[in-house]
Design a protein around this ligand. Structure first.
Ligand code: R5P
Length: 282
């Protein structure tokens, strides 16, 4: 069994290969003169683990090409970050169910799929092959424990992140709470006022994705008003669209941490062991 990856997921893929004691097979990525993607991977045997986060259209094309290059091998597709998963239903007439379209296209080319904190686990059925969603509560708990925070409160900014906040809280024996968020548009959110027990305390806001940063910024404003001594943000998927990072710093977030499902300078913990456990079936 060997591991291959798309261009932007190489660090995580090598980490997964190491965790499993497998070889990582390098791939050459380039483009044709008209801009089309080209790739060439090495020799593969019976089973292949294909790792690639879906962060943009280029990564989707590379994933399709890589899966095709692995024809004849039994493929486990690891999608550490599954973009397009947030359009998991038809919100308005005429819209696609993007998560279904993407899962259908990729699932046809793999025997098994592994996702990490996919936005809505219900969409896994659209892969039409065995699909497992990995949770990184343990990894986030250890990452936070290493920051030396004192009696922090772990805060979910919306109902969707409550499960994650609770699993992190139970890892470290930390108190958890949550807010109620309404999304007004792709870039705007409103958070309902709520009195929290945060006066002079360190608060960690936890979310599956930080995209525009709007959710964390709104939550941070409320926490500041209520006297939190410091505010930290940790997510699984650090999308950091547009000027999200500077917005978060401007809002006074002391530390912003993410995993390597989307590799960046803010990737401070790895999803590799969690994914390796899922591949091994434990
Ligand atoms: C939404 O339900 C997700 O869990 C995140 O809260 C959301 O994607 C964050 O987006 P943004 O950073 O743009 O507020």
């Amino acid at each position: 069994m060997r591991v291959v990856s798309t261009q932007k997921s190489q660090i995580l893929a090598i980490g997964i290969a190491k965790s499993l004691g497998l070889d990582f097979v390098p791939t050459i990525y380039s483009r044709f003169p008209d801009g089309e993607h080209y790739l060439k991977t090495g020799r593969l045997d019976g089973e292949t683990i294909v790792v690639g986060s879906l962060t943009d259209s280029d990564s989707l094309v590379q994933l399709l090409l890589l899966l095709d290059a692995c024809e004849g091998s039994e493929c486990t597709l690891v999608l550490p970050y599954m973009g397009y998963a947030r359009q998991d239903k038809r919100f308005n007439e005429g819209e696609p169910i993007s998560a279904r379209a993407i899962a259908g296209a990729l699932g046809r080319m793999a025997c098994r799929v592994i996702t990490v904190h996919v936005h809505e686990p219900k969409i896994l059925v659209h892969f039409r092959v065995d699909a497992t969603n990995v949770s990184l509560g343990r990894e986030i708990g250890s990452c936070l424990a290493s920051r030396g925070l004192e009696n922090p409160i772990i805060l979910a900014p919306d109902g969707g992140a409550v499960g994650l906040a609770r699993s992190i809280g139970s890892e470290g024996g930390w108190e958890t709470d949550h807010l109620i968020k309404t999304r007004l548009s792709g870039t705007e959110v409103k958070i309902a006022p709520k009195e929290l027990d945060v006066k002079s305390r360190e608060v960690v806001i936890v979310d599956d994705i930080i995209s525009t940063g709007g959710t964390i910024v709104q939550a941070a404003m409320m926490l500041r008003e209520q006297g939190a001594s410091s505010i930290h943000a940790i997510c699984v998927h650090g999308v950091f669209a547009s000027n999200a990072y500077s917005q978060l710093k401007e809002a006074g977030i002391s530390e912003i941490l993410a995993s390597d499902t989307i590799e960046s300078g803010l990737s401070k913990y790895t999803a590799a062991e969690g994914i390796a456990r899922a591949i091994e079936g434990c």
